[in-house]
Design a protein around this ligand. Sequence first.
Ligand code: 13P
Ligand code: SF4
Length: 325
Amino acid sequence: MSDLEDKGFLDIKIDSDIDLKNEIHELKVKKNAILLAHYYQTGDIQDIADFVGDSLQLSQKAADNNADIILFAGVHFMAETAKILSPQKKVLIPDLKAGCSLADSIPVADFIKFKENYSEYIVISYVNTTAEIKALSDVICTSSNAVKIVESFPKKQKIIFTPDRNLGNYINSKTNRNMVIWDGACHVHEQFSLEKILALKKENPDAKIIAHPECKKPILIVSDFIGSTAALLNFTIKDFSKKFIVATESGILYQMQKNCPEKIFIPAPPLDSTCGCNDCNFMKLNTLKKIYISLKYEQPEIFISEEIIKKAVIPIHKMLEISKK
Ligand code: 13P
Ligand code: SF4
């Protein structure tokens, strides 16, 4: 742990009248840094980012930029992926505690044991995994290219899919495969209530239901469109409907509303309407203040062993190659 983390980021005092957006901009220019942000970040972060995207677009950008520093406003596995793709660059994350329940649902030791039962299988892992799990995988996928990645293998190829059971089952149904699926899930996407979504649809019969494939099967069945965050955004831009019930993390609604101010976007309700749990608590740990401090002190930095980078970069490159085709 660095000195800065020891002291705790939140304890660092900054002038209350400081213009954070301006300071971040100046630091970015001075240090030749690029700020990448996922669609689940708050609107103020999305607005100052050099690039906003879904996991695939962000990996592509992390692999192809001229910056010396990548500051990743997202979660830990995303910053790790950037480091694996650009190991010579300094990769920063505003808050090291910005993890992911899905990535946490596959401990390395358990997976090594599990894999021993499936010697003839290849491993396709969702990008929401740690660098160690990626190093044990044959190819990585994201929600936007998962079907394509799976279909790049012959039908008879035996496949283990990790770690998201909902995405895995969805791909099995789309590709008519029988992949063995790790039993992991995202705590945000598993929270949506079918009953409440259907009640909302009854009140808004003109609304289309759109969902991320990490949602449970009953939600996907009633959805008019299923896709990654970028695919959902594009759908709302191109579709003629004026109203959408959106079953994914709430941050994407900011971009949807920004692109189509005349349309109505309703966040799909979670089971417990008081919990605010369609906000990813990990994604929402990032703030403008933490971004400023991170860039100023160049911490916290992502470190991954050379050995893991060497192994993990292979399946990520494979994914990027297949995605180009
Ligand atoms: P996307 O690949 O759609 O950006 O999703 C990432 C994610 O963390 C979903 O919860
Ligand atoms: Fe992970 Fe779920 Fe948060 Fe996405 S929304 S980063 S899958 S915990």
